[in-house]
Design a protein around this ligand. Sequence first.
Ligand code: MG
Length: 160
Amino acid sequence: MMKYRIGHGYDVHRFAEDRRLVLGGVQIPSDRGLAGHSDADVVLHALCDALLGAAALGDIGQHFSDQDDRWKDADSRDLLRHCYQLVSDKGYQLENADITLLLQKPKIAPYTDRMRSTIAAALDVNSDQISVKATTEEGLGFTGSGEGAACHAVVLISHG
Ligand code: MG
């Protein structure tokens, strides 16, 4: 009998000068990027936490310490592959992921399909298993003021 589990992930990063903006594994033209120990890809970090959460494997902070030089400026696709490997080692595979990115600017719609295919390639799944949506919060709160970006991810994993 198939066994299913869901997971949710949430992450926030602050905008900073002199940083690249990398979202969903895609570099996006922007005068500012997100600050963090790794490439600060808030989309992939939320997805990592959703995968880990679905398999009750803890959280991204336990697996990738920001004190660890191995992960300094890390490509978060490597973190994502590692998290999915842990989930796969427990016998699960990804059914689908639904991701909602919250930021005021830049406009993300032109990049969501590339994010989907980039994430799908990293996980070796089909693009139609990955949904990436983006919304502003209408100028409200820390995303609205441009202080930071936030991301939610929900996944369903199955065990055959
Ligand atoms: Mg993070």
